[in-house]
Design a protein around this ligand. Structure first.
Ligand code: BEZ
Length: 216
């Protein structure tokens, strides 16, 4: 059953977090946002993911994207785990550069369709899967991905898709396989942005026979 669909207004939930109670739309303000969920605090895969997200948080900031994580444990656990994550990054004493939502009642996990039925805690309750939502300044869902608890994500890929989403928000273009901003690769078309939106179908096949410079 589809949950939240691309283009839907993202729910304006209230939640307890490591920076206090938030209302999600107020937290986002006029920024882009990324919400990424984790099955549990203090677990190995989740810790590597959060550490990576913290390490490259300046890249999200540069793109005007507010980050927020979510896990099913309490705010107190999240605060202690945040310290562990920064120590794992050899940055003990530095604050985690984004808040973590405490979804201890699984309310958001249920509302947003994030439960992983294959990963059960000691009480028989499913853990949260590794979900990612990218939300635009209009508060609409621009991208969602859902990995099982057992597969860690690639945060460089999340930056890459945000570059594509933000480019598409500005210009009528779509980006090809493995596209990255300004990166020349063996296949020169990978650095191209193809203008395909709104052009007649019969002209589209000519577009993959040529390269187009990235418009930003
Ligand atoms: C982990 O983060 O290591 C993990 C959490 C839940 C299930 C499997 C792995």
């Amino acid at each position: 059953m589809p949950g939240l669909l691309l283009g839907d207004v993202f729910p304006d939930f209230e939640a307890d977090t490591t920076i206090g109670k938030i209302r999600f739309h107020d937290f986002l303000g006029s920024s882009w946002g990324i919400l990424f969920s984790h099955p549990r605090d203090f677990t190995p895969v989740c810790t590597t993911e959060l550490a990576c997200a913290a390490k490259i948080s300046d890249e999200f900031k540069k793109r005007g994207v507010k980050m927020i994580a979510l896990s099913v444990d309490s705010v107190e656990d999240h605060r202690n785990w945040s310290k562990d994550v920064m120590a794992f990054n050899s940055e003990a004493g530095t604050a985690l550069p984004f808040p973590i939502i405490a979804d201890d009642k699984r309310a958001l996990a249920v509302q947003l369709g994030m439960l992983d039925p294959d990963e059960i805690d000691k009480d028989g309750i499913p853990l949260t899967a590794r979900c990612v939502f990218v939300i635009g300044p209009d508060k609409k869902l621009k991208l969602s991905i859902l990995y099982p608890a057992t597969t860690g994500r690639n945060f460089d890929e999340l930056l890459r898709v945000i570059d594509s989403l933000q480019l598409t928000a500005q210009k009528k273009v779509a980006t090809p396989v493995d596209w990255k901003v300004h990166t020349l690769t063996l296949y020169s078309h990978q650095s191209a942005a193809w203008v395909i939106l709104g052009i007649p179908r019969r002209m589209q096949s000519s577009l993959y026979r040529q390269t187009n410079p990235c418009p930003i």
